[in-house]
Each structure stands twice: as structure tokens, then as C-alpha cells.
Design a protein. Structure first.
Length: 468
């Protein structure tokens, strides 16, 4: 049989007698999706097995044909796992590859598998199964990321570093407190993915092309067999909705933004000008011309991948925005963005987790940086309110004057004499020096969610219990 005849045969197998000839070459190219939807083979076979079992239980398919279909699908799964299936663009997609191979194995009985099913509900089911599994994998990766952050936070619960606003020195904080901020973000990322998973966990299978089917099928049985909570309630919605993909990509985008922010800090912290952390050879690269360079390329690439992930979300929204009900071929464009976003986020999570576990904090440098920039000025204002009963706005002004004085004298706040301070505010006593150390500053921040080491350790314990 010639290649052309093979194409025509494949086309007729799929579309039936309505078409006498195969598509033009360019039509075949734009129509085929096997190059990317091949990764749905496990989901497609799982859906087919559940559908076949239901057809037998409902009396639509004989037990003999059901057994043959199940055995054939099991063999095909093994062949895919071993890389033994040759992909043919003429067969368009993963569904026809499975069906065609099943026909090769068991003959005409394979054609009965598609009873009461359309490619429309088939692909929607496969894709929901894939996104559900992707979420489960990302959930595990986010747990590992948080656990690694918690390990570093616990080891550095007392280590003092500068806290920034506007990338200017603000107040001293602890390293543990800073890292816990990203644990909080990642925990919300997990929560968003969990919400997305709960909403998508309904089965389209049995909705057929768009209107349901006249066969006495049991959609609740296939939904249960595939781990869905229930079948989707409207057959048109079942085959045409892709909001679960948009929501998944939105969750991926928010998570990627969090990773990107942390990656940016790793780039800054590892620079010679900051010197807050050191990265080993495992997560650094060199320069082709400057032998002294140690570049945080892994962090930079994590930071860059957010563009691809947000781009995937935008792609999906634009694909959907003008589509009438029910299914349109435009929806074939839903998979590549989702696959790419998942791959990019998975790699980014693995890289950022590796960097967190790998980095070494330069404690002395962090402490010196925390002491610079008059970072305990707020502690003076708080002392004036607490001890001298001065309204905060007045205390803020007094403290600003003291900062200006120290700036003019090119000294630290703690290096101002008591006479200097009392020339600005007579109620100041030598007790004020107790709040001028960065150690006392962080220790005093005992409000819930504050940077005090005692609070940091309590938060670490709470997160460990949540993750366990």
C-alpha cells in the first residue's frame, strides 16, 4: 500500500465514508497533534479501559469483546512505555494511534470501543486526567521546596540580616523570617492548585460529541473508575470548557512569579556587592572570558521562565475568548501551552529548591549589613512612645533628627552620645542604647508573624506539622 493510500485509509477510518480523499499535505500538518499529545497515552488508555468496562457492565458490549479490548489496551500501554509505538502524523492524534494499534491487535472488536463516545469527550477526559496528575506532581515539588526552606530557616532562625523596602535598608530581621515569607507564598500556591484540582475533578466522558448519547451508559461508573468526583452535568459544557486549563495556568503563573522574586533575591544576594550568600559549583557557571566570574545562571533562568508560563496562560485565554459552543478545533491549541508551562515550572521548582539547599549564608556580612543604614531608627521611635509617652508622629520626627545628626557626624546611631540625643529630646535616657543593637531589635519583634527568633521557630514548627 502506498503512503498516499495509507493516509486515505487512516482518514476514512477516522471520518468514515463522508470523505473520499485524504487532506492536502498542509492540512495534514496543521491538523495533526500527535507530536505533542503523544504524552497523553496513559490517560487515553485509562479512559478507554474505564469506558470499555462500563460498556460491558451496561450490556452494550459483549464480555468477550470487552476482554479483548482490555488485553489489547494493556499491551499497547506496555508498547508505549517501552517506546515501541511508531508515531504516524497521518493518524493525527494519540486517540487514533491507540485505536489503530488496537485494531491491529484484536481486529474489528476495536471499533466497538468508540460506541457512545466521541473524540470530543475523549480528549477532554484525557486532558483533565493529565492536569490532575500535573497538579499532584507540582504539589509534591512545592512540599519539597518548603521543606528545604524550613531547614535553612531553622538553621538560621537567629541569624540577623537587613530587611529592605524599596531595596533600601529598613529594619533588621532574621534570615529565618525572610525565608519563611517564601514558605507562606508556596503554601498559598499549594492551596490554589488544590482548589483548581477540586473544580476540574469532574468527568466529561460520555458527553459524546456535545449532546450526550442514546445508549444506556453509566457516566457515574466511568467517573468513579477514573477517580473523578462526579460526571459533568452538561454535555456541551463537558466537551467545550477549558477554564480548568486557564485556572491551572493561572496557578502556575502565580507560583512562577513567587519563584522569580526569590530568584531575583538570590541573584542580588550572591553578587560581590552584597555577598550575603555563596553558591557552590553545582548551581553556578563561569565566564568564557572572565576567570573570576561565578554566575547564578540557575536563578536567572528560573526568573526568565515566568515569561513562558504567563505567556502560556495568555495563549489559552486568547484561544478561548471567541469560541461559540460547543467544540472547535481551536481547542487543540490548549495542550502545548499547558505542557510547556508545567515543564518550565517543574524545572524551575527543582532548580530553586536545589539552590536553597546549596546556598551558604555569610553570617558576618549579613550582620554588618543589618547594622548599617540606621536600621534601628524605628526602635528609637518606639522607645520614645513606650517610655517617654511621646505621640508616635512626634517620636518619628525626633528620630529623624537624630538620624540626620548621625549622618552629619558619619557615625552610627549607637555612637551618638547621650548629650547629643538629649539636645534633641531631653527625655531620652541611657536606657535607649538597649534598643539600638540589631540583636535587641529583632528579639523585640514578638508580635504574631514578627521576626523575633522565638516566633520564627514557632512558625517553622507549625509549617512542619502542616506539611506532615
Amino acid at each position: 500500500m502506498s503512503d498516499s493510500t495509507k493516509k486515505h485509509s487512516a482518514t476514512n477510518l477516522l471520518w468514515g465514508g463522508r470523505f473520499g480523499q485524504g487532506p492536502a499535505e498542509i492540512m495534514a500538518q496543521i491538523n495533526a497533534s500527535i507530536s505533542f499529545d503523544k504524552r497523553l497515552y496513559r490517560q487515553d488508555i485509562a479512559g478507554s479501559k474505564a469506558h470499555a468496562d462500563m460498556l460491558v457492565a451496561s450490556g452494550i458490549l459483549s464480555a468477550e469483546d470487552g476482554d479483548a479490548i482490555q488485553a489489547g489496551l494493556d499491551q499497547i500501554l506496555g508498547e508505549f512505555e517501552r517506546g515501541e509505538i511508531a508515531l504516524d502524523p497521518a493518524l493525527e492524534d494519540i486517540h487514533m494511534h491507540v485505536e489503530t494499534r488496537l485494531r491491529d491487535l484484536i481486529g474489528d472488536a476495536a471499533g466497538r470501543l468508540h460506541t457512545a463516545r466521541s473524540r470530543n469527550d475523549q480528549v477532554a477526559t484525557d486532558f483533565r486526567l493529565w492536569v490532575r496528575e500535573a497538579i499532584d506532581q507540582l504539589d509534591l515539588a512545592l512540599t519539597t521546596f518548603q521543606t528545604t526552606l524550613l531547614d535553612q530557616a531553622e538553621a538560621h532562625a537567629d541569624a540577623i540580616m537587613p530587611g529592605f523596602t524599596h531595596l533600601q535598608s529598613a529594619q533588621p530581621i532574621t534570615v529565618g523570617h525572610h525565608l519563611l515569607a517564601y514558605v507562606e507564598m508556596a503554601s498559598r500556591d499549594q492551596s490554589r492548585f488544590a482548589d483548581c484540582r477540586a473544580r476540574l475533578n469532574e468527568s466529561p466522558l460520555g458527553a459524546a460529541a456535545l449532546a450526550g448519547t442514546s445508549f444506556p451508559i453509566d457516566r457515574h461508573a466511568t467517573a468513579k473508575a477514573l477517580g473523578f468526583d462526579r460526571p459533568m452535568a452538561n454535555s456541551m459544557d463537558a466537551v467545550s470548557s477549558r477554564d480548568f486549563v486557564v485556572e491551572f495556568l493561572a496557578c502556575c503563573s502565580i507560583t512562577a512569579i513567587h519563584l522569580s522574586r526569590f530568584a531575583e533575591e538570590l541573584v542580588i544576594w550572591s553578587s560581590a556587592q552584597f555577598g550575603f550568600i555563596s553558591l557552590s559549583d553545582s548551581f553556578s557557571t563561569g565566564s568564557s572570558i572572565m576567570p573570576q566570574k561565578r554566575n547564578p545562571d540557575a536563578a536567572e533562568l528560573v526568573r526568565a521562565k515566568v515569561g513562558r508560563i504567563i505567556g502560556a496562560m495568555n495563549t489559552m485565554m486568547i484561544v478561548l475568548k471567541g469560541l461559540p459552543l460547543a467544540y472547535s478545533k481551536d481547542m487543540q491549541e490548549d495542550k502545548e501551552p499547558a505542557f510547556d508551562a508545567f515543564d518550565s515550572l517543574s524545572l524551575g521548582l527543582a532548580a530553586i529548591t536545589g539552590m536553597v539547599g546549596d546556598m551558604t549564608f555569610n553570617i558576618d556580612r549579613l550582620h554588618d549589613a543589618a547594622s548599617a543604614g540606621f536600621s534601628t531608627a524605628t526602635d528609637i521611635a518606639d522607645w520614645l512612645v513606650r517610655v517617654a509617652d511621646i505621640p508616635f508622629r512626634n517620636a518619628h520626627h525626633i528620630t529623624g533628627t537624630l538620624v540626620k545628626m548621625a549622618e552629619d557626624k558619619a557615625c552610627m546611631l549607637a555612637e551618638l552620645t547621650i548629650e547629643d540625643m538629649q539636645s534633641v529630646e531631653p527625655q531620652i535616657t541611657t536606657d535607649i542604647y538597649e534598643v539600638l543593637s540589631v540583636e535587641n531589635s529583632v528579639a523585640s519583634r514578638t508580635s504574631f508573624g514578627g521576626t523575633a527568633p522565638v516566633g520564627v521557630r514557632a512558625a517553622i514548627q507549625a509549617h512542619r506539622e502542616r506539611l506532615s
